[in-house]
Design a protein around this ligand. Structure first.
Ligand code: ADP
Ligand code: MG
Length: 390
């Protein structure tokens, strides 16, 4: 009940209303055991100093929020995702994506601390070395788990519990889409004739009324992610993972639908540094293609371009809705504070700085087509009833 906890519970994006909203860009500095050689110094809630190793004076960068090393998972959730969850329950779309080099803390933020589990695939051809497990009822739970918890909490406590929750979870690996809830062959993207609505053909969309079930699906899905060791980090995940949570609520005016996209992006480091060769180099190229395309979109949007090319990668096609202003978007850029990660940290700070100037406009709640004509039908029925009476 202190004033600091009141501040913590206030989110960065305000809930509701079709007002002009910028893309919210925050930076999270992960903790480090190393104490002497740091390139990052958080100087306020909105700014940090970056030291490029003595080449020039430390440079100041400012964002919507800067999370320092000691900031908790709960604080990150409350500031970034909680306001979006409220919007989603009100029928808006929203997206959070975690950006940063491998080892900068993306998966920690999105899922929570992962216990490493050795698996029998250790010496398989694929070179996969580990699967992950995460404690669902943990203080350290990440944004995905917290968002699910809050959505179910709200629905269970709403007076007329008339909402339906469904989730899908996919990964993009080498520009191929895989269903993480039902792993199998690659899935294709489909567009409607106007190229407006993008769907993944055959992707499982699991409807559930139990939060335990969602959390366990999520953990199972995460274990299905493609894991490849690289020189930069033994446990690096080379894939982008997209979780989508859809909430449909019956109202007197029809069914309203809100969707939350939560994205754990693949490492943003350059192929050169990770000494990628062969298959790994190709992966690096694809990852860069997706992140490069994302960067190009962000650049175009931040410069107010009238045409933005989302078509260059699967990632940007899937995130088009999130980026093009049809929903509120929060980007969490992750950085490692150690001097040895200076180059990657700077790349991420610059990328986030560009993203910082994008403006997005919220659209009104979306009502589903099949129920759009509800009021008309209602009045038609009323008219026939009155006719009969007459
Ligand atoms: P990424 O997904 O970006 O490759 P991880 O989330 O796997 O990075 O983080 C790398 C390591 O640092 C992991 O061991 C993780 O548990 C730890 N870590 C990252 N961020 C934090 C944090 N905020 N608090 C505690 N440990 C963290
Ligand atoms: Mg990760």
């Amino acid at each position: 009940g202190s004033s600091s906890s009141a501040t913590q519970s206030r989110g960065l994006a305000t809930a509701g209303g079709p007002q002009e909203e910028r893309l919210v860009v925050v930076v999270r500095v992960r903790p480090s055991a190393e104490t002497n050689d740091h390139c990052i110094d958080v100087i306020s809630e909105k700014s940090l100093l970056f030291d490029d190793g003595g080449k020039s004076r430390p440079r100041q960068y400012s964002y919507d929020y800067v999370f320092k090393e000691t900031d908790t998972q709960e604080k990150v959730y409350k500031k970034t995702t909680a306001p979006l969850v409220r919007d989603v329950l009100n029928g808006y779309n929203a997206a959070v994506f975690a950006y940063g080099a491998t080892g900068s803390g993306k998966t920690h933020t999105m899922l929570g601390p992962c216990r490493k589990k050795t698996t029998s695939t250790a010496n398989s051809e694929r070179g996969a070395t580990a699967a992950y497990d995460v404690d669902a009822n943990n203080n350290e739970s990440g944004l995905m788990v917290r968002a699910i918890e809050e959505i179910f909490h709200n629905i269970e406590n709403s007076p007329n519990n008339s909402s339906k929750v469904s989730i899908s979870y996919l990964e993009i690996y080498n520009e191929l889409i895989r269903d993480l809830l039902n792993p199998g062959g690659p899935l294709e993207l489909r567009e409607d004739h106007r190229g407006q609505r993008i769907t993944v053909a055959g992707l499982s969309e699991i409807t559930t009324t139990s939060r335990q079930e969602v959390v366990s699906l999520l953990l199972k899905g995460n274990k299905a992610r493609t894991m490849e060791p690289t020189a930069a980090n033994q446990t690096s995940s080379r894939s982008h993972a997209l979780l989508s949570i859809t909430v449909q609520t019956k109202t007197p005016l029809g069914t309203k639908q809100g969707r939350l996209f939560l994205t754990d992006l693949a490492g943003s480091e350059r192929a050169k540094k990770t000494k990628n060769r062969g298959k790994r180099l190709q992966e690096g190229a694809h990852i860069n293609r997706s992140l490069l395309a994302l960067g190009n979109c962000i650049n175009a949007l931040s410069g107010g371009a009238r045409y933005v090319n989302y078509r260059d990668s699967k990632l940007t096609r899937l995130l088009k809705e999130a980026l093009s202003g049809k929903c509120k978007t929060v980007m969490i850029a992750h950085v490692a504070p150690e001097g040895k990660h200076r180059d990657e940290t700077k790349n991420t700070l610059v990328y986030a700085d560009r993203a910082n100037s994008i403006s997005t406009r919220l659209q009104n709640s979306v009502y589903l087509d099949e129920v759009k004509d509800f009021p008309t039908k209602h009045y038609q029925n009323l008219v026939s009833e009155l006719r009969e009476e007459v």
